[in-house]
Every structure is written in structure tokens, then in C-alpha cells.
Write a protein that binds this ligand. Structure first.
Ligand code: SF4
Ligand SMILES: [Zn+2]
Length: 139
């Protein structure tokens, strides 16, 4: 199939920020936020089909957990597309703007198909948690 992201009516559109991205969760709580949105999303079936078709093995797509999605992708022949679509503006870049490599282990994809750096994401989350505890946050 040749769906383009974002799909019309996608519940996840505009949800993610630099510090909050439930669709690429680091905890079960965060994943539950994403799955709740997927559960009322009108394009859930098309989203899941797209994720399986393009071999997305990171993140929450189409109301499936990451583990379930990996199983479906494997059944469909494996992650064929750990890559940016060739017409994407960033397709030719091999490293993020901070110099981390866009290899399979360090790359994930947003729901709209954008390639992102996992090392940079970890650094952002670490900073955010540091700020929260420095300000006397969670008790
Ligand atoms: S990930 Fe897919 S099913 Fe979930 S909210 Fe986004 S478009 Fe809908
Ligand atoms: Zn990076």
C-alpha cells in the first residue's frame, strides 16, 4: 500500500513534543497513553497496515504494542524498511545533526515517517528528568 503520513484523522497528529512522545515510549505508562489514542483512532487499521508494510519495529502504531508489532513485522517477512522514504528531505543524511549515526540501532521513526536519532532522544529525556528532580519534582 502507499499511504502517506500523517493519515487524515490520525489521533496522534500533533501529540508528540521533544519531551513527550508516547508513540516512542520508554515506559508502560507512556505506551498506555499512545494505545488509548489509537483505540479511538479512525485510521487505526490503515496505520497498522502501513507499519507492517514498511517494517516499522520501533514505536506504537495502529494500536499495537511494540512487541506485538515486531511479531507482525517478522511474520510479514521482517523489517524491510529501516530507512527514510527515498523522497524524504533527510533521506541522504547518514548522521543526525549532533553527529550520531543513523544506523539500525540508533534510528527510530515517527508516526509521520520522519527519521529520528535515539541517542539524542535519550539525551533529551535525561535532561528532562534531571530538571524535574532538581526542582524537587517527584516525591
Ligand atoms: S499510531 Fe496510528 S492508530 Fe495510533 S493514533 Fe496514530 S494514526 Fe491512529
Ligand atoms: Zn543524535
Amino acid at each position: 500500500m502507499s499511504a502517506a503520513y500523517p493519515l487524515d484523522g490520525a489521533m496522534c497528529e500533533g501529540v508528540a513534543t521533544a519531551d513527550y512522545d508516547p508513540f516512542f515510549p520508554d515506559s508502560d505508562d507512556l505506551a498506555a497513553d499512545a494505545l488509548a489514542l489509537c483505540s479511538i483512532c479512525p485510521v487505526r487499521q490503515a496505520c497498522l497496515a502501513y507499519a507492517v508494510d514498511t517494517g516499522q519495529v520501533f514505536g506504537i502504531w495502529g494500536g499495537t504494542t511494540q512487541r506485538e508489532l515486531r511479531r507482525l513485522v517478522a511474520q510479514a517477512g521482517g523489517p524491510r524498511a529501516r530507512r527514510v522514504p527515498t523522497d524524504h528531505v533527510n533521506a541522504g543524511k547518514t548522521h543526525c545533526k549532533h553527529g550520531h549515526p543513523y544506523d539500525a540501532a540508533n534510528t527510530y521513526y515517527t508516526v509521520d515517517g520522519e527519521r529520528r536519532c535515539r541517542a539524542c532522544r535519550r539525551a533529551r529525556l535525561t535532561r528532562a528528568r534531571g530538571l524535574a528532580s532538581a526542582s524537587g519534582g517527584e516525591r
